[in-house]
Design a protein around this ligand. Structure first.
Ligand SMILES: [Zn+2]
Length: 440
């Protein structure tokens, strides 16, 4: 590094000084790692940024940004280009973007009756996305782990050999123990105390595996690239078969003592309400979940996205029973939102899953209840938004889990460093049989 190093230019917090060293003196290597992570994080969040914009955002000198970007290019993580027409525009600022043949995250969204499997590049681009419907016999945790490992290997084998998998992130509709990868409870899957993380790690021994709750993954994705960008106090309320909330407070995820916060689906809204499968009456999930929508619309059959879409289409077409069901769920959704507004004073509440569709279909009913039941001052500052990421919020959030280590320390990406050390375009050297050795 030159003397105009980030040591004097950065405004972010510097790394913690290791024990035994003088406080206040960060080592140049730590500062470089820290600033590489900041640059890569910005590029990942935006998809592409000019060097000039990076200089402005990170308050680093132009020469420091140039050196950091050069390092990230050498690591095979980003590439630079000159904008079209830039040659004639005097001194164009180079655009820094993730390399399309660089690292990618493998992500799986576990739903009750299906898995959604994807590969996501730096910058958040979905390059592969598949749905695998699970038969009734395939829904145990060991079976899901085995199928997931198969699907993940298949997706990885389809990608060019020059790309490398950085990890697997898994979104689960249940409570995931902090750091353990154990599913404490996923009631809709009938999983209790299932070691899904360790099972997956055994099946994919060289691929780092991380698990998270689906609503927690959703709020992560909405905050980074969805409806809650730049907001600091956010709730992502999702309703599929189950109902859950992912919560950011002051920009930080609210996890709770054991990582289980946000289980609003099993808080009681009406003690005289219908019995919930958790054993309690009148839970939020029993009033606004997919099964409730079907029941209140006079439908029979299993709740799934197709059945919900059918009710919503019928409601739009004027079917009285479907319309009544959607409006009743909308009013109960309004009660849940009012409670969230009063409890957390969020800036944005993002609605995902079937709740996004119900909000749009019964907006007036929902907001009438919110206006009547939420504290006026907190109601005045909250914005309700529908997820622009659609059904993929949790999936994209799971990819963020997989990227976390790389984004924390870009120098620690082993495959990237290996490719850079070879000094060649990796695809010219890696043979078919050797590709993706990490997960073969
Ligand atoms: Zn319940």
């Amino acid at each position: 590094m030159t003397r105009r190093s980030p040591a004097t230019g950065g405004n972010g917090s510097l790394p913690v000084v290791p024990p035994g060293e003088k406080p206040g003196v960060a080592r140049p290597d730590d500062i470089r790692r820290h600033n590489l992570a900041r640059v890569l994080g910005e590029v990942h969040g935006e998809g592409a940024l000019s060097r000039a914009e990076l200089t402005r955002r990170l308050l680093l000198s132009r020469s420091t940004i140039r050196a950091l970007v050069t390092d990230l290019c050498d690591l095979g993580l980003v590439e630079e280009s000159v904008p079209v027409g830039g040659e004639r525009a005097g001194r164009p600022s180079h655009v820094v973007a993730p390399r399309p043949d660089g690292p990618y995250a493998l992500a799986v969204d576990v739903e009750v009756d299906r898995l959604v499997i994807a590969a996501v590049t730096l910058g958040g681009t979905l390059v592969r996305r598949y749905v695998r419907v699970l038969g009734a016999a395939d829904r145990s945790a060991p079976a899901v782990a085995r199928i997931m490992a198969e699907e993940v290997r298949t997706v990885a084998a389809e990608l060019p050999a020059s790309c490398w998998p950085i990890g697997l992130g898994v979104s689960v509709p249940g409570t995931v123990g902090k750091a353990s990868g154990f599913i404490a409870a996923a009631p809709n899957l009938h999983w209790y105390g299932e070691p899904l993380g360790p099972m997956l790690q055994e099946l994919l021994p060289h691929l780092p595996v991380a698990l998270g709750n689906d609503a927690d993954m959703g709020v992560l994705a909405e905050h980074l690239r969805g409806a809650a960008r730049r907001a600091t106090d956010v709730v992502y309320l999702t309703g599929k078969v189950g109902v859950g909330a992912g919560i950011l407070v002051n920009g930080q995820p609210l996890r709770g003592a054991a990582g289980l916060a946000g289980e609003i689906g099993h808080t009681v809204l009406d003690p005289a309400g219908p019995a919930c499968h958790c054993g309690v009456r009148g839970c939020v999930e029993s009033l606004i979940g997919e099964a409730a929508l079907l029941r209140l619309s006079g439908r029979t059959g299993q709740p799934d996205p197709e059945a919900v879409a059918s009710v919503l289409a019928d409601a739009r077409a004027g079917d009285p029973a479907a319309r009544a069901g959607v409006r009743q769920v909308g009013r109960d959704l309004g009660r849940v939102l009012a409670n969230l507004v009063n409890l957390l004073n969020p800036e944005v509440i993002v609605l995902g899953g079937a709740l996004a569709d119900i909000f749009e279909a019964a907006r007036a009913d929902v907001l009438t209840v919110v206006d009547a039941q939420a504290m006026a001052a907190a109601r005045a500052t909250v914005d309700f938004r529908v997820s622009p990421l659609g059904a993929d919020s949790s999936l994209l959030g799971a990819a963020e889990l997989a990227f976390r280590n790389l984004l924390t320390d870009p120098l620690a990406a082993p495959s990237g460093r290996l490719h850079a050390a070879r000094g060649v375009h990796p695809s010219s050297r890696v043979t078919e049989s050797a590709r993706h050795p990490d997960i073969a």
